[in-house]
Design a protein around this ligand. Structure first.
Ligand code: PLP
Ligand code: COI
Length: 340
């Protein structure tokens, strides 16, 4: 198979239509079989529920080429399960997990020429999305839905990949207590657009959101969970009912504890603990693991001891081990790698 002629090493994280996408439609109370299509556009009623009441959700996962030239994805059933739960919370029809995984396989296989070659640093980002497509003017769920999976080759989410980033503590909340912070609803991201752009305008890569009830605990950023390494070398990961249950985070916890032998604590982390941490990183599918060098808040700037030039040693080890497993360079003892 002839790969596309792309400058793989210099890709950014951006949309690019590829050859095929999967589409299934929900109508009259059931999903159709779904099929691959080459049409990147969707035509919708002006009254489609998604336009007015934001009835939409999405997922994000990646495909990789191994050194042997096989194409693999990472724990796709976990994304399928999370989307299943997200859909329920949004009164959308859940897409069956086995069909989700099969559709991921079909789309990636159909776009094999777009999967970045092993060793280029680029990956194929897979974006499943579901929208309330039926017309709906009274506030109620749609009666018709569209589920799509499309893919695109991407480079790193944050410029420089492992160059430490600066974060800003947001003055805004991303998720309400008992709200939708723990699901992957499009509306959560709409809420974060203004604070994100404000942070960018001020020179920060992203926001850190604090817990909306007390504003004393660290939650997550607009598109990642967070991890720390404390002075004892323990990996400390903030937990909260209003953050997204990240698959990267759950995988890193197991990598750290079971494969690398670190002590790991998942617990609420107070904002005022950051000044005593050794390392900090943001973690997620798009971001992978990106080191944080500084956190700005209205009370001042906190610099992590690892500085603004390089990733800390524990973060580096974790990143290298997780990506090694994902790309087939390190033995997959957990059975996470899913061959296409
Ligand atoms: N938190 C938010 C708000 C996200 O958008 C993401 C990205 O999916 C994550 C965390 C990381 O989750 P995952 O590791 O499953 O990609
Ligand atoms: C992902 O990591 O897949 C996400 O969905 C995060 C998004 C902000 C790009």
């Amino acid at each position: 198979m002839q790969k596309k002629n792309i400058d793989w090493a210099n890709l950014s994280f951006g949309y690019q239509p590829t050859d095929f996408r999967f589409e299934a439609r929900w109508k009259d109370g059931k999903w159709d079989e779904g099929k691959l299509t080459d049409n990147p556009n969707i035509e919708l009623s002006e009254a489609a529920c998604v336009f007015h009441y934001a009835q939409c959700c999405f997922e994000g996962l990646k495909a990789y080429e191994t050194e042997k030239g096989e194409i693999v994805t990472f724990r796709p059933e976990e994304n399928g399960k999370r989307m299943f739960n997200t859909a329920k919370r949004l009164e959308m029809p859940s897409f069956p997990v086995e069909k989700f995984v099969k559709a991921v396989e079909d789309v990636v296989r159909a776009n094999a020429a777009w999967v970045p070659p092993h060793g280029t640093g680029a990956t194929l980002y897979i974006r499943p999305v579901m929208i309330g497509s039926g017309p709906q003017i009274g506030v109620a769920p749609a009666h018709e839905f569209i589920f799509r999976i499309f893919v695109m080759p991407v480079g790193s989410y944050f410029k420089g990949a492992v160059k430490p980033i600066k974060l800003k503590v947001a003055e805004y909340d991303r998720a309400a207590p008992h709200g939708t912070g723990n699901i992957k609803a499009g509306l959560n991201y709409a809420m974060s657009l203004y604070p994100t752009m404000e942070a960018h305008r001020e020179g920060y890569a992203e926001n850190v959101y604090l817990d909306p009830a007390t504003r004393t605990f660290v939650e997550e950023t607009g598109g990642t969970n967070i991890m720390f390494v404390d002075k004892e070398g323990t990996i400390v990961i903030p937990s909260s009912p209003s953050i997204l249950p990240s698959i990267t985070r759950r995988s890193l916890v197991e990598v750290a504890r079971d494969i690398l032998g670190y002590k790991v604590e998942e617990r609420p982390v107070r904002f005022d603990e950051i000044k005593d941490m050794q390392e900090m990183a943001v973690i997620g599918t798009a971001a992978v693991l990106a080191p944080v060098g500084m956190v700005h808040s209205k009370d001042g700037d906190i610099y992590l001891p690892t500085g603004m030039d390089k990733i800390g040693p524990v973060s580096a080890k974790l990143r290298e081990t997780l990506t090694g497993i994902q790309m087939g360079d390190i033995e997959d003892v957990k059975g996470w790698v899913h061959k296409i």
